[in-house]
Design a protein around this ligand. Sequence first.
Ligand SMILES: [Fe+2]
Length: 278
Amino acid sequence: MGMDPYSELAEHARRGQWRLPDLPWDEPVKFAGSTRRERLLCKFDLLDASEALYHFKLGARRRMGELYLRAWTEHDQLTECLEWLDTDELRQLKALRRLQKALFAAGQDGPDGKRRASPERMWSVSKCPRGMPMDVESLALRLLVDEAVTHNLFRSMARQSHVPLARAVFNVCARDDERHGQLMKAMLGEGLAKANPVRVVALQGVVIAYVARLQNAFRPYFRSYASVTGTTTENVASELFRAISASVGDLGPAWVRYPTARIVHSADRSPWMLWLLR
Ligand SMILES: [Fe+2]
């Protein structure tokens, strides 16, 4: 056994803990815009954006639980990392739900906003289609993509949103998800180094199929993310690609040696991949 990356990751997680009550819940929520219509649009975009992430994360718990079970060993530090992952994600769900309630209650001067989209779409991303592999590496790869996506969205909204409470919530969630991405990479490292070429290419196929499903689920919300971050929907999509490809393009020599890695890695520049995913 070489050096143990998990003790360090567990220590990071321990130090990175935050408490729900410490967020600025009492700060009055004011939406950006000079007219009532603009403020309402701002409110609903922010609500949609956080609701989509909430439901996506809620669904992802299914896969996380599966990974927890399959990766469980006597290895104390790895188990501690998985416990922190679970703790963090549950706390994020609580924070996102409370944020939605605060946003919804604020600026109640418009039409009744109970036009919520069905959450099924976001939950079903984590449903493993029949025949798809459910081993530790395949699960960790999908979770790595999840963390890259949520980290990217949280971070850009934390930087650009006009609502301080939303910025505060997104900021702590982004920090959690950055750590979670590192944990997934650590869990993938050893398995990928030992994998034979056929296995590596199959795992890359898992990533490509998963990215397509994920993009498809998030697509209706790109407009909301674009509005919250003051950019275009095109930009939101390319930033997501870049975040995913930076995450999965960095999984060591065994992974990068094969051509599929280059397809994933250059997804945001490859015309057929763009056609497939958009
Ligand atoms: Fe996470």
